[in-house]
Design a protein around this ligand. Structure first.
Ligand SMILES: Cc1ncc(COP(=O)(O)O)c(C=O)c1O
Length: 1008
């Protein structure tokens, strides 16, 4: 036992193994006592003064008395009762030694993901700690040292150590900013603060996907300072490497605010203090690296800090507005007064369009109510010029809503990332008045021209004016008028006064207003900080807490009640409640926080706020969501007739011909039904009619539908807990899964070996008195885990089934119609020809449609004098849609696209398989792809799969999960998916798998 372990035993009565932790000056040891309780033994540097240890101990005790549940370590007294001791080290030098409890978790720096919810919690813990320390006193708290942020200005005198002139200039600017805020900082009340809540001093614990703050440690830098310094220090580390620092800061401050509310003036200091702290850090590291080049600790945060300072020049004013808004404080001083004044003046403003708007109709262009634009990813000019034409009424004015999410903002400038499914700004921050081009506009109140410009790029404002106004209390605010005829440029320039009621501009036509149907975009802003002349006209739905506060509803200026022009999207929560009330509980919803989808286009979907999602899961919209040809065919047919198969119609035979053209010649007869389930039911009846027998063999974990008969052949249902169990006329065989099954990929005979399992199954049926009607299988098992059976498996199975008198049914619901890329149907890959093929899901692209195709001989056996009729099956509409789907697959080369995109996807996923231990297998063909997640022992990692599925959704990608243990990610997009979308899937998956690996390794922290 080493020296300090003996000392621990002798003085604290704790027997433990010690493990050295990194530290800047002191020796820290992790002491595992073996009974689940751990300690940290702190051996201070030889010259450490006693007050420093006493201060920390008193503060930690004080916190525990004030807030006993705050996650900070307790100090463990020695057997003598002393909280610290003076003990000699191996060399006889006296050291101060103390012991604290070890808290669970690992450093925030090493945890992932750093979600807004987690950062909010960090804010709460910091707020609690500061609140607990509010009245803590200690004579040494007024410390004069480099980490006291009030004294951060010291770095300016040391800038000579920075050789790069650009960096030096940057630090100089930060210093100037610091000097500007110094008087305000000095005027704030001081209190005891932790002063070093960096990302190694905050501990995080919890299961994958449910992290929580488990510790605030290391009180060694405590001092007396304004509490905002404490928060700014934490903030400085939390933003490093964060993809959206402003969102991280808003979460941090909002969390703090719930516990220990800050004033707006304190919040305004956060950004300059954060930068000052990073400046101190980089200057300090540079100085220490010069003095002590071998010590890696001193430069630990230098690179990310430089990187942040150099690349994130957030606008301090806008950031303050954001942080204030996140705390429900006025976005700028006076914002609340302005809103109160507007309220009192409502009704007295000059009418913007020269008339009272009280009875003016509203027209919604929202994601839910409108279908503008047809393609939410690209709106052509012709469409922009016609937007809202349905509300046009002989030139009568109509109004567009404030706070309305719209899909008409399709330009890349509205997107916040590189992908089509990247977050985008959708929510309208103004009220529109649609009126004929040339309609004059009158100033609602006096203002001074702040901006008068012509922004003539496509879908911009064209002519735009911003006026600055002043309330009688002296508060400034602004109004914007967009899409104008730029003729005003001859008359108006910045600084000109526009009088209340003055006719100061007029509406432009599409040739001059950015290309839009004529209207004015009328927006109010309470500050121009950070937006200057370039206001966002629409905001990100997830940032409306900010934009609603910066650009509030301008209804008062239009003499209208707020509610008339404010849009409210359907409340998802209400729909969820109603669904729970009126729908069966086992009608399941995907995701813990379900999504409400109201629009689709190709392989993208949009929720009620216009948030885009990449649909990498849904195979039903085979040729893409909202395909224009399908829309047209459906509308056209519904105008004509939608009848049934009792009457002749060429659409029926045209559809049948098209299907048969894709199948081997033995297939000659089609039956049209309404679903995959119904098709499988019918297939069973055909098999029985043809063989006169009932017994069916089917692979385990299969799914064929939700009716009594289909469930009976779906082990995925009948074998689940609560399932009806296996009927005696059904016999299961193992799925031909050569990754996890009995015969693996290294066995060249595996196809035959899996097929040989058919013989005992047939015998078992016979043993129970059942003849063999046939065999049914999803050609590639999907719910069983996206399995590609070894080639030749089905051919061998079919041979055995036929030899025993049975009929072979291929359920191609998941695999058919080109999804596999290389093959139109899955059975082609197997070198097998079934007797009955079942089609469903994709064949109607969302329209309910199922098809059974078989041979003349089987059809004749079924034709026993009893009519077969499915009322809606084979309706005129269904036949037209089904045929259109198959035509589109051909015309748009979608099978080929499935092959190309599938090849890219599988190859890129294989790089992830090589990179991450938890990816056990990548398998698939075309756009039928599975990725199996495993633990290090190879067992099924269900929780990782669920975590990834939910995290992908956070990143706006929809995928599914499957398999008996639900550990296989299922990627199965519409066949329209493009190369960049595949890249998005793989890049996002890569980042989430990295989170999993970080989260999975619960390695203890290695520094204190
Ligand atoms: C392979 C397979 N067969 C049949 C069905 C049943 O189809 P439906 O839901 O249209 O009745 C499904 C549905 O998921 C399926 O995946």
């Amino acid at each position: 036992m080493d020296h300090w372990a003996l000392a621990l035993q002798a003085n604290w009565g704790i027997t433990a193994q010690l493990r050295r932790l990194d530290g800047e000056y002191d020796l820290n040891f992790l002491a595992g006592s073996g009974n689940g309780v751990g300690y940290v033994v702190k051996v201070m540097r030889p010259d450490c003064e006693e007050w420093l240890v006493a201060l920390q101990i008193q503060a930690m005790d004080y916190i525990h008395a004030a807030d006993p549940t705050l996650p900070s370590p307790r100090v463990i007294a020695a057997a003598s009762g002393a909280k610290f001791l003076r003990l000699a080290d191996e060399t006889g030098v006296e050291r101060l030694v103390w012991v604290i409890e070890e808290l669970p978790g690992k450093c925030y720096a090493l945890s992932a993901p750093k979600s807004a919810a987690l950062i909010y919690e960090v804010g709460q813990v910091l707020g609690r700690a500061a609140k607990a320390l509010k009245d803590f006193q200690h004579p040494q708290l007024d410390r004069d040292f480099k980490w006291n942020l009030m004294q951060a200005g010291w770095f300016a005198a040391e800038l000579d150590c920075i050789s790069d002139p650009v960096r030096k200039a940057l630090l100089d600017r930060i210093h100037t900013e610091f000097e500007v805020i110094k008087p305000a900082l000095d005027a704030l009340p001081k209190q005891a603060i932790h002063n070093d809540a960096n990302d190694y001093n905050i501990l995080i614990t919890g299961k994958l996907g449910a992290p929580t703050v488990s510790g605030l440690i290391d009180f060694g830098d405590m001092c007396s300072a304004p509490r905002i310094c404490d928060l700014a220090i934490a903030a400085a580390y939390l933003v490093l490497d964060h993809p959206t620092p402003e969102i991280a800061l808003a979460a941090l401050v909002a969390g703090y605010q719930t516990v220990y509310p800050l004033t707006a003036q304190e919040i305004d200091l956060l950004w300059p203090l954060l930068r000052a702290r990073l400046a101190v850090s980089v200057v300090n590291s540079t100085m220490m690296a010069t003095e002590n080049p071998a010590d890696p600790y001193v430069t630990i945060s230098q690179a990310p800090a430089w990187d942040f300072l150099e690349s994130h020049d957030l606008h301090g004013g806008l950031l303050s507005a954001r942080l204030r808004a996140a705390c429900a404080l006025p976005v700028v001083d006076g914002a609340d007064r302005i809103m109160r004044w507007l309220e009192t003046e409502r009704g007295s403003f000059a009418p913007l369009v020269g008339e009272d708007l009280s009875d003016t109709p509203m027209g919604s262009l929202s994601v839910e109510s409108s279908t503008w634009p047809q393609n939410p990813l690209h709106m052509p000019l012709e469409e922009a010029a016609r937007v809202g034409e349905e509300f046009e009424d002989n030139g009568r004015i109509w109004l567009g809503y404030y706070h309305e999410p719209r899909l008409i903002y399709t330009d890349k400038a509205f997107r916040k990332g590189p992908w089509k499914a990247s977050d985008r700004r959708t929510v309208h921050l103004a009220v529109d008045a649609f009126a004929p081009a040339g309609t004059p506009m009158y100033a609602p109140l006096q203002g001074v021209v702040f901006v008068a410009e012509n922004r003539d790029t496509h879908l911009d404002y064209g002519g735009v004016i911003i006026l600055r106004h002043q309330t009688p209390q002296g508060d400034l605010f602004y109004t914007l008028y967009g899409h104008l005829d730029p003729e005003f440029l001859d008359r108006l320039k910045p600084g000109d006064v526009v009088k209340k009621g003055e006719k100061f501009c007029r509406l432009g036509d599409p040739t001059m207003n950015g290309g839009w149907a004529p209207h004015v975009h009328f927006q109010l802003a309470l500050t121009t900080q950070g937006i200057e002349a370039d206001w966002p006209g629409v905001g990100d739905p997830d940032e409306m807490y900010l934009w609603r506060a910066v650009c509030p509803n301008p209804a008062a200026l239009l003499n209208l009640p707020d509610d008339k022009v404010r849009y409210y999207p359907t409340d998802k929560g209400e729909i969820l409640d109603k669904r729970r009330a009126h729908f069966g509980g086992n009608l399941s919803l995907t995701y813990t926080d379900p999504i409400m989808l109201v629009r689709g286009w190709k392989h993208h979907l949009f929720d009620e706020w216009g948030r885009p999602y990449l649909d990498a899961y849904n195979n039903v919209p085979h040729v893409g969501h909202a395909h224009p040809r399908i829309q047209a065919v459906a509308a056209d047919q519904l105008k004509r007739i939608n009848s049934n198969t009792r009457y002749l119609h060429p659409a029926q035979t045209a559809f049948a011909d098209k299907i048969l053209s894709k199948l081997p010649e033995t297939f000659q007869v089609c039956y049209f039904v309404n679903s995959g389930t119904e098709a499988n039911e019918l297939a069973l009846r055909l098999a029985r009619a043809h063989t006169g027998a009932k017994g069916m063999v089917t692979p385990d974990h299969g799914y064929h539908g939700n009716s009594t008969g289909a469930v009976a052949i779906s082990a995925y249902k009948f074998n689940k807990p609560g399932g009806v169990g296996k009927a005696d006329w059904v016999e299961l065989v193992d799925v031909a899964d050569d990754y996890r099954g009995a015969f693996r990929r290294d066995d060249p005979e595996r196809a035959q070996k899996f097929a040989d399992l058919i013989d005992p199954a047939i015998s078992a049926l016979k043993g129970r008195g059942h003849g063999l009607a046939g065999f049914i299988a999803e050609t590639f098992p999907s719910v069983g885990g996206q399995i590609i059976p070894p080639q030749g498996y089905l051919a061998a199975v079919y041979q055995k089934i036929r030899a025993a008198g049975g009929v072979c049914i291929a359920d191609e619901v998941q695999t058919g119609l080109g999804r596999l890329g290389e093959y139109y149907f899955g059975f082609e890959h197997q070198g097998a020809v079934p007797d009955i093929v079942v089609l469903g899901k994709p064949i109607g692209n969302g329209h309910p449609l199922g098809v059974v195709v078989t041979s003349k001989a089987i059809a004749e056996s079924f034709d026993n004098g009893i009519e077969f009729f499915s009322t809606f099956g084979g309706s005129t509409l269904s036949c037209r849609i089904g045929k259109a789907v198959l035509d589109i697959v051909d015309d748009e080369g979608l099978q080929d696209n499935a092959r190309l995109m599938g090849t890219q996807l599988i190859a890129e996923l294989q790089t992830l398989e090589a990179k991450y231990r938890c990816v056990g297998d990548v398998r698939g063909m075309g756009l039928f792809v599975g990725l199996e997640l495993i633990h290090s022992d190879g067992s099924e990692a269900t929780e990782i799969c669920s975590y990834i599925k939910n995290r992908m959704r956070d990143h706006r990608i929809l995928i599914g999960s499957e398999g008996p243990k639900d550990n296989i990610l299922k990627i199965r997009p519409p066949l329209t998916i493009e190369s960049a979308d595949v890249d998005m899937i793989v890049m996002v998956l890569d980042s989430i798998l990295a989170e999993v690996e970080m989260g999975a390794s619960d390695a203890p922290r290695d520094s204190l």
